[in-house]
Design a protein around this ligand. Structure first.
Ligand code: NDP
Length: 297
């Protein structure tokens, strides 16, 4: 078998287009489009790239983008004051504080300070609790993107065995909650799990969110399984030349493709969905808070 590749770039582009149409409709109906505030603290190069990309795609979709760049030595009190101001600003619909934050700032304190109604990352404990209890709220962008990719393969996931490898608050746990809400039978594996390979071999849906290059091998895969690779790992690529690198996922793509039914590539799989879902969450947050008619995204 050769797996069908799930084209995350194409699915993400279609979602961004739907967000763009929604923004135009909201502008026409209410004279305003949703506004996303992105806060970057410090000089971390990867974070700068992410923020630049988020700002570019936000404006390309017709949403308002408000950027706050703070110096690396910003105090926690100063960042909390900015968050409070953004919470109070009626023109701000979504607030995203780019992680990681410098060591002097407690990220949990900052996340907890964001108004849950504007928490477009879905990291606030109120939104995590709503996801866990199936009572709505804003859902973290990466797992939401994974679910949308799964739905391109199969609309009804009920009864499928799903294994999520990784239990972080931003990917693994919310992913498991979303799959449970879809009536999958969900197992979460982590670094202390015994015989993770055997667990994975039972999975109709396997989501790898570990951060270990190409950890998931061909013999971990149930024939025909849907494999979603969240991992983004930079590894050396001597074939390209000395000092050159390339991106790989947590799944050994070439060999796993021989067994899986469907697979997401890295890059071009889950990654583009994360930003597209951030834009969708901004529209969702704006409509819920302002009482606007919410478009289907
Ligand atoms: P974390 O480091 O927070 O979590 C990694 C998880 O993997 C932990 O739960 C850890 O277990 C588990 N783990 C580590 N080693 C093993 C192992 N040998 N066997 C089984 N489980 C293991 O990472 P994130 O969740 O933040 O991210 C995971 C990956 O996804 C990273 O590569 C990251 O770059 C990528 N990512 C991609 C995004 C995208 O947009 N595509 C967005 C966010 C992340 P334990 O809890 O026991 O330590």
């Amino acid at each position: 078998m050769t797996a069908t590749i799930i084209d995350g770039s194409a699915v993400a582009e279609a979602l961004r287009n739907r967000v763009g149409e929604a923004a135009a409709r909201l502008q026409a109906a209410y004279g305003k489009s949703p506004g996303l505030a992105v806060v970057l603290v410090g000089e971390d190069p990867a974070s700068r790239v992410y923020v630049r990309s988020k700002v570019k795609m936000t404006t390309a979709a017709g949403l308002r983008s408000i950027e706050h760049v703070l110096p690396a030595d910003t105090s926690e009190a100063a960042l909390l004051a900015l968050v409070a101001a953004l919470n109070a600003d009626p023109e701000i619909d979504g607030i995203l504080v780019q992680l990681p934050l410098p060591a002097q700032i407690d990220a949990d304190e900052v996340i907890a300070a964001i108004d849950p109604a504007k928490d477009v990352d879905g990291f606030h404990p109120v939104n995590a609790g709503k996801l866990a209890t199936g009572t709505g709220g804003l859902v973290p962008c990466t797992p939401l993107g994974c679910l949308k990719l799964l739905k391109t393969v199969r609309e009804d996931l009920a009864g499928l065995d799903a294994v999520v490898v990784g239990r972080s608050n931003i990917v693994g746990k919310p992913m498991a909650a979303l799959l449970l809400a879809e009536s999958c039978t969900v197992t979460i594996a982590h670094s202390r799990t015994k015989d993770v390979e055997a667990l994975c071999r039972r999975a109709d849906i396997l989501v790898a969110a570990v951060g270990r290059p190409e950890m998931v091998r061909k013999d971990w895969i149930k024939p025909g399984a849907i494999v979603i690779d969240v991992g983004i790992n930079r590894v050396d690529d001597p074939d390209k030349g000395p000092g050159k690198t390339r991106l790989v996922g947590d799944v050994a793509f070439a060999e796993v493709s021989e067994v899986a039914g469907f697979i997401t590539p890295v890059p071009g799989g889950v990654g583009p969905m994360t930003i597209a879902c951030l834009l969708a969450n901004t529209v969702t947050a704006a409509c819920a808070r302002r009482g606007w008619a919410a478009p289907a995204l």
